[in-house]
Design a protein around this ligand. Structure first.
Ligand SMILES: Nc1ncnc2c1ncn2[C@@H]1O[C@H](COP(=O)(O)OP(=O)(O)O)[C@@H](O)[C@H]1O
Ligand SMILES: CC(=O)N[C@@H](CCC(=O)OP(=O)(O)O)C(=O)O
Length: 260
């Protein structure tokens, strides 16, 4: 059961940063919740900005099954875009909305164990929960942590973690309620209609049919893993819709429920 003490882990994708109104609406919702005593962790991507910055630096980037192949020489740009610009742009918007913000990454405070996921993907990280002390301290102060998906190996090598996976690991770390917010209202069927609820078998069928693909495949798989591990549904919804955000603040279910 979710209570006022349950940590809400909200993940936002990179498209949010391309929408000033979307960003303002989401940050107002988050800041109001925090200032009302809710514990909220904001985890973010920034895929669009990574694309833009790699291109501006003359680097060609490709994704395999929704994951960015990340050669070592791309990492300074990737880290700059995610842990730098994206994190600070979001911090600015949340500060303006009235929250006290700590901007950090998965590499901070021993939060996660990070290793290379698959050498064929380069410096893409796979993460597991490690120590929640730092995050819980930030939350105990009534502050809003905004976390980028850059992680670090024990040897100090920086890794690029898909932001849906980053949100997953933090939800597990604090046993929080996970909500993945994207630029679509939720998981859509072949006709573009919102699917209110999905279980493992239904997801497998939609993936096999190619209806759930690309970034949504990573998202739904991450959501299913958390839902099953924690025995509670994970929501996939949109940051675009003010009514959905208001419902979210009231603790109502929005978008698609990925069922355990
Ligand atoms: N069945 C589906 N329902 C909704 N979106 C889908 C589906 N299949 C693929 N997608 C794509 O997945 C995108 C969301 O994933 P992604 O781009 O990774 O979002 P974010 O950057 O917000 O994490 C949608 O914008 C859409 O283009
Ligand atoms: C390994 C991997 O795919 N990393 C992602 C991290 C950012 C991300 O996930 O951003 P969105 O949430 O906006 O898609 C990337 O480089 O794009």
């Amino acid at each position: 059961m979710s209570t006022n003490d349950t940590v809400l882990v909200l993940k936002v994708g990179g498209a949010l940063m391309q929408s000033p109104e979307g960003m303002q609406g989401l940050m107002k919702t988050a800041a109001d919740m925090v200032n009302a005593g809710r514990k909220v962790v904001l985890v973010h991507g920034g895929g669009y900005l990574v694309d833009e910055q790699l291109q501006a630096n003359g680097m060609v980037s490709e994704k395999v099954d929704g994951l960015r192949v990340s050669p070592k020489e791309h990492m300074p740009v990737v880290v700059g875009a995610l842990a730098g610009t994206s994190n600070k742009v979001l911090q600015g918007a949340a500060t303006a909305a009235g929250a006290t913000v700590v901007g950090l990454s998965l590499a901070d405070g021993n939060l996660v164990d990070a290793t290379i996921k698959d050498p064929r993907l380069g410096m893409v990280g796979q993460v597991a929960p490690k120590d929640g002390t730092y995050l819980k301290f930030i939350l105990s102060q009534g502050w809003l942590p905004i976390v980028s998906s850059i992680a670090m190996t024990t040897d100090g090598e920086l890794l690029n973690v898909n932001a849906d996976d980053a949100a997953t690991v933090l939800a597990k770390l604090v046993h929080g309620q996970l909500i993945l917010l994207s630029d679509v209202p939720g998981v859509l069927d072949g006709k573009g209609e919102l699917l209110r609820s999905l279980n493992r078998a239904q997801i497998a069928e939609l993936v096999a049919q190619g209806v759930i693909a690309k970034g949504m495949k990573v998202k739904v798989e991450a959501a299913l893993e958390v839902a099953e591990q924690m025995g509670q549904p994970v929501q996939v919804a949109s940051w675009r819709d003010a009514a959905q955000l208001a419902a979210l603040a009231r603790g109502e279910h929005i978008g698609t429920q990925i069922q355990p």
